[in-house]
Structure formats: C-alpha cells, structure tokens
Design a protein around this ligand. Structure first.
Ligand SMILES: NC(=O)c1ccc[n+]([C@@H]2O[C@H](COP(=O)([O-])OP(=O)(O)OC[C@H]3O[C@@H](n4cnc5c(N)ncnc54)[C@H](OP(=O)(O)O)[C@@H]3O)[C@@H](O)[C@H]2O)c1
Length: 356
C-alpha cells in the first residue's frame, strides 16, 4: 500500500517521484544519497515492491520535455520509446535491461555505461513459444485455422500431394490427413544458453534427438562449435535459432545454409531477425523447399506488403515470444537482484557491456 507525500509517493520502501523537475526534492534526495533508478513510466509502481531500500524510483517517459538525473536506467522494453527517452537522461552509470537481447543499447548509451540484461527471465515464455510453434507447424494448425474460419469441412484429401511437395515423399498417405509427429525427429539447437537449455528440457517428453551448437564446443552434454553448423544442418528435421544477434551471428543462416537443409525441414527463429538472411529465406520458402516459424524478422516490424507475408509454409508472430504476463515481474526480479549487488559493491551477474 503506497502513501502519498508532497511531490512524491512512498511505495513500500521506495520513494517514487511524481514530478521530475522538483529541484528542491532532488537536492533533498541527493543528501540522503539515494540511488536514483529510472523506470518506464508505463509500468505500475507496484512491480517494484521487491526492490532494495535506499533507492528512489523515477518514472521515465519518452514524452519528457526536460532532463532527468538518474544513476540507473531500466529502459522501456519497447526500444523505440527507450531510444526517444535517452537524450533526456543524465548521469546514467548502469542500464538494467528487462530483455535478454540488448543489441540496441550499447550504440544508444555508448561505452561508458555498464549494461546488464535480464538473463534467465524469459526462458519459460520463449521456450514455450518455440515448442508451441514447432507443434503448430507439424500439426498444420495455421492451415486448419484457415479451414475453420472458412466454415467448410474440407481439405482432408490433399495430404499425399502436399507431403510429396514438402517432404519429397511420393508414397500415398493413409489416412489422408496433414499431420506429422515431433517424436523421434532430429532437432538442431543453435544457441545453448539459458533459453536453449530450457527448450531442450521442454523437448524431453518428445524423445527427439537434440544436436547442440554454441560459439565453442564442449562436452557433457556434447555441444558443437558454430564452425560445424554447415556440416550439421543436413541432419536436422527442425532447426531452432536461439542465440543473440551480434556481428558474428548476423546472416548466420543464409542461402548456403538453407540449401543444406533437407526438403521440408522446419526453421524456427525465436531469437532475432538479423540472424537469418531474409531474402534467402523468402527464396527458400517460395521454392517450397523448407518451412519456417518466425517470432522475429528482419526488418521489424515487418512492413505491409513485405514478401515474407505471402510465403507458403510460414507461420509468423510479431515478436511476442518472451512477452507473457510474467515478463515484467520476472525481469524486474532479476533487475532487483542486480541493484542489490550494485549497492553492496558486489559483482553484477549479467553484464553484457562493462563501462570503460
Ligand atoms: N523472441 C523473443 O521474444 C525472445 C525472448 C528472449 C530472448 N530472445 C533472444 O534469445 C537470445 C538467447 O537468449 P539466452 O538467454 O538463451 O542467451 P544466453 O544464455 O546468453 O545464450 C546464448 C547462446 O548463444 C550462443 N551463441 C552466441 N553467439 C553465437 C554465435 N555467433 N554462433 C553460435 N552460437 C552463439 C552462446 O554460445 P556460448 O554458450 O558458447 O557462449 C550461448 O550458448 C537472446 O539474445 C535474445 O536475442 C528472444
């Protein structure tokens, strides 16, 4: 329960500024040496209940018409809003992102600010999206949803032709229904970090063969180096991309990699759009060689009329993989832990850029 004070309100142990420009208030707070933490004004203050004491929460909006002094910035997860707010912020030493992927932040805040991500906060949501999209594609849910909306009980007998086209298997299918099984398939997991491991855990009941790839090879369990990607692609029925977008991973999946996939293989991108060469993907999909499920695209948002919208055998969601109602509470728990460490002078856990 929060109680109001002049120009501010107390929420739990924190003072939340109601005005950004109260010079007297800021001076008083500075004397108390409170750590000033800027947070997205769109988030309810109740979400910060578990933040450590000794901080002052400052709502940050992209519509501010004045500068604001803060020590720590929790940017709006919508990067366009956060980027608009940044020029108004002064004194930021630490950025605590609510996302796992932070690619826009270093170029926005520069090298003199430490950046931490919300490592681990989005494992469950993103892994669930990945499993759901694989099952949706193998069970042809997008097609059956179109049929449902047409209101006509139809297309039970197209299976053989479709399987012949998509998988290259020309045998007549009985029963003549479009539906495949995940169980027993080979899944190539490109990225074996927090979310990759959660995806593997969720895949366990399906008894798939998982082949893991990360930057460097290791054992127990066996993980291949990304340099082996091309050699491993032909073995995959399903390829899952769950790695950060970096200079090294940009275009990792291009024309050559797509051509190495077997007829009908499914590419799932729950990571970031730039990891796949979009033109190459459009070509591969239009040729009927592969299928894909994308939560992320390049560009984003995908503009109206973009060729990806009309590709066959493709399922797209608008970058929602990590965004369940648990997104904010989970990522702010990670941020609270980092703040506690920061205030106690302990090493931070999830540094993606150390300030120089
Ligand atoms: N769709 C969504 O809404 C959503 C939500 C959350 C996250 N994501 C994306 O998912 C990504 C992964 O998140 P995470 O928490 O699992 O990250 P993480 O724990 O840091 O793991 C990243 C994994 O990717 C590997 N990797 C990095 N660069 C690589 C490269 N060039 N080639 C091959 N593998 C590479 C790493 O290899 P090493 O183990 O060898 O270091 C590691 O295994 C995030 O960066 C974000 O972009 C998307």
């Amino acid at each position: 329960m929060c109680t109001r004070a002049a120009g501010s309100k107390l929420c739990g142990r924190h003072r939340i500024a109601l005005r950004y420009d109260g010079i007297e208030e800021r001076a008083a707070w500075r004397k108390k040496r409170m750590l000033r933490v800027g947070y997205p004004a769109t988030l309810p203050a109740e979400l910060f209940r578990d933040f450590p004491s000794g901080i002052e929460l400052i709502p940050i909006s992209d519509k501010m018409d004045h500068d604001v002094d803060i020590d720590v910035w929790i940017p709006d997860p919508y990067s366009t809003k956060a980027i608009r707010a940044w020029p108004r912020l002064r004194g930021v030493k630490l950025v605590l992102a609510m996302m796992a992927g932070t690619e826009w932040i270093p170029e926005t805040v520069g090298p003199h600010v430490t950046i931490c991500n919300a490592h681990g906060a989005h494992n469950i949501s993103t892994a669930e999206w990945t499993i759901a999209s694989i099952l949706a594609m193998l069970k042809y849910f997008p097609l059956y949803f179109d049929i449902q909306r047409s209101g006509i009980w139809k297309r039970r007998f197209e299976a053989s032709t479709h399987y012949a086209e998509i998988t290259g298997d020309t045998h007549t299918t009985y029963p003549p229904v479009l539906q495949e099984e995940l169980t027993g398939k080979t899944v190539l997991l490109v990225g074996y970090g927090a979310i990759g491991k959660e995806i593997e855990r969720m895949l366990e009941p399906f008894a798939v063969k998982v082949i893991r790839i990360a930057r460097s090879a290791r054992s127990q369990p066996e993980v291949h180096a990304v340099s082996e990607l091309d050699a491993l692609l032909p073995r995959a029925d399903v390829v899952i991309l769950i790695l950060p977008a970096t200079a090294e991973s940009r275009g990792l999946i291009g024309l050559r990699q797509l051509s190495l996939l077997h007829q009908g293989a499914l590419l799932v991108n729950s990571a970031r759009g730039p990891i796949v060469d979009t033109d190459a993907l459009v070509k591969a999909l239009n040729s009927g060689r592969i299928r894909a499920a994308l939560d992320v695209t390049e560009p984003e948002p995908l503009p109206e009329g973009h060729p990806l919208w009309s590709c066959p055998n493709l399922f797209i969601t608008p970058h929602i993989g990590g965004s369940t109602p648990q997104f904010a509470p989970r990522s702010l728990r990670v941020a609270a832990d980092e703040l506690r460490r920061y205030m106690n002078g302990e090493p931070l856990r999830n540094v993606v850029q150390a300030a120089i």
